[in-house]
Design a binder for this molecule. Sequence first.
Ligand SMILES: O=C[C@H](O)[C@@H](O)CC(=O)C(=O)O
Ligand SMILES: [Zn+2]
Length: 281
Amino acid sequence: MAFKMETRYAHSPEDIAHYDTEKMRQEFLMEKIFNPGDILLTYTYNDRMIFGGVTPTTEPLEIKLSKELGVDYFLQRRELGFINIGGSGSIMIDGEKDNIVTHDGYYISKGTKELKFASADANNPAKFYVVSTPAHKTYPNKKLPFANALQKTLGDQEHMNKRTIYKYIDASQMDTCQLQMGYTVLESGSSWNTMPAHTHARRMEAYMYCEFSNPDTRVVHIMGKPDATKHLFLEPEQAVVNPSWSIHCGVGTTNYAFIWAMCGENQTYDDMDEIPMHELR
Ligand SMILES: O=C[C@H](O)[C@@H](O)CC(=O)C(=O)O
Ligand SMILES: [Zn+2]
């Protein structure tokens, strides 16, 4: 079992103006999220979000962080959400087991001492995409089945952005200190996400692109100030950190899905500043 947590620092818009492709990728792209048997995390200084992949095979996996966070145990002062995009598995929350199928999600409260992730079949492992944010209060753990997610259909064929947003952790539906998280699925023939683009200076956001309809599909993720954009070419199951001053949208060479997670100042999903098309550069 390998455990890795990389640190990614925070940037100003002026910093990235001079970054070339390689530097942009080093600073904002996570190239590997899921590796069988491993826990691969990123700690970003943008609102101190921790995100990454837990991919158990034969042995259950547990995120053990204490010294790194200056606490007694990982979730002492944090909450955690996950969505499983792999095979079936299970979790153990302080001794209580719950089975997890593909696309099940979960909210795990601050104060949880033991959280173990397992796969039912090591050859088709569960892929737990986990996101954790600082938390000040303990709210109930909550299983978030795909079928219960709050659905919002957006876009149309003319704009090549027909998609469904599945809100798993939504502050208008349940208690969460900071974290909000969901899963967006594009329809066949649609390629654009989050267009018109937006910023929300009140929250940062991480995107993890997955479930590409073809292995050769690439998603071009666009970020930066609206009038100074940069792009990254992404393979399946890679993630991007988007600072709160940055737009975050993308276009794929086929359709795809992605998991988004936000935290910061407020919890109002619709608090977004849409960018007029003529302002994009
Ligand atoms: O702040 C909200 C996030 O960027 C996403 O929820 C947007 C999204 O899933 C989409 O438009 O496809
Ligand atoms: Zn957003």
